[in-house]
Design a protein around this ligand. Structure first.
Ligand code: SIN
Ligand code: FE
Length: 311
């Protein structure tokens, strides 16, 4: 199996990169590598370290922050403590944006910053439904937020104060995942995307691309034989380290670790250096047709039906 990790030794969130490094990073990222900065630490002040406790989340597994409207969710912390945690997450969001701005100038102006999350619960032994079980290999996609082909880039920082790594399994390359599972995926039932949108289960109309990505995600997670036997490597991301990866492309599973920050970015396929490496283009080659067509987006209100369907 080829090496999957491209190491970068920068320690500063505002580091600048030579043109050669930028090109190499872009190339590797789009190929499905994890770009690992083992010494790029997201530093917390002594006061902020009080947030390093699983008790800051209620029933949810993550604290979630929206930099666009500065709203924080998923925490039981209120008032002053809640706003301080929000500011901490805002700082992480800013750092990751600066990092990608300097590392991947080709994407400039096209990256859209999504949600920021803080993950204070130990991954190993956490009880969830199979669909939400991220200890199983999968590619990322969102049941209620259709991406219509857009890419998901995520930046993760392990801030574990005891020096424990975050451990992932990384599986076979995306084209191999598709070659294996595509023949088993069912086409969407006529009218379903419109219905799901009308019922506000999805925030926009689900494209065929989203349909196939969700099926891929589910089929991978449901197939225990595959989970066990597919070629895979274990990666241990060190505490004090940061990594960048296309999680819609790289088959991954988080098996252990506690205390991590994560920032999601979206990118249109057209902004890529090599769009042919995107899940959209790979799936379209397999299907022999366009998988995103004439789709409009509208406002979305959270629906109880979505919660029920995707628990
Ligand atoms: C995931 O995206 O599947 C989880 C990654 C992590 O929490 O380390
Ligand atoms: Fe994931």
């Amino acid at each position: 199996m080829p090496p999957l990790v491209y190491e970068a030794l920068e320690t500063d969130w505002k580091a600048s990169f030579s043109e050669e490094r930028q090109k190499e990073s872009l190339h590797r990222l789009e190929e499905g590598f994890v770009i690992l900065f083992p010494r790029l630490n997201f530093t917390l002040s002594e006061e902020e370290k009080e947030f390093l406790s699983p008790h800051v989340v209620g029933k949810s597994k993550n604290v979630c922050y929206n930099i666009a409207n500065r709203q924080i969710g998923g925490t039981i912390l209120k008032e002053n403590a809640g706003s301080r945690l929000g500011r901490l997450m805002h700082r992480f969001a800013d750092h990751t944006r600066h990092l990608l701005h300097n590392l991947l100038p080709k994407y400039q102006g096209c990256l859209k910053q999504g949600r920021t999350s803080f993950r204070p619960v130990e991954v190993a032994g956490r009880v969830t439904s199979w669909r939400k079980d991220d200890t199983r290999l999968h590619v990322d996609c969102f049941p209620s937020t259709p991406l219509q082909g857009k890419r998901i880039i995520r930046v993760f920082s392990n801030v574990n104060p005891e020096g424990c790594p975050r451990s992932w399994r990384v599986g076979e390359p995306f084209p191999d995942v598709v070659a294996r599972f595509f023949p088993k995926l069912k086409a969407p039932i006529f009218g379903t995307p419109t219905l799901l949108h009308l019922l506000r289960v999805t925030k926009a109309k689900r494209s065929e691309y989203d349909h196939y990505m969700l099926q891929l995600h589910d089929q991978m997670k449901q197939d225990l034989e595959y989970q066990k036997n597919v070629q895979q490597s274990t990666l241990h991301f060190p505490a004090g380290g940061t990594w960048v990866v296309y999680t819609d492309q790289v088959s991954h599973a988080a098996t252990a670790g506690q205390f991590q920050f994560e920032q999601t970015f979206y990118l249109p396929v057209s902004a890529m250096e090599r769009p042919e490496t995107s899940p959209l283009k790979i799936l379209e080659r397999m299907a022999g047709r366009d998988l995103v067509r004439g789709i409009a987006t509208t406002r979305y209100v959270e629906s109880p039906i979505a919660k029920f369907l995707y628990k």
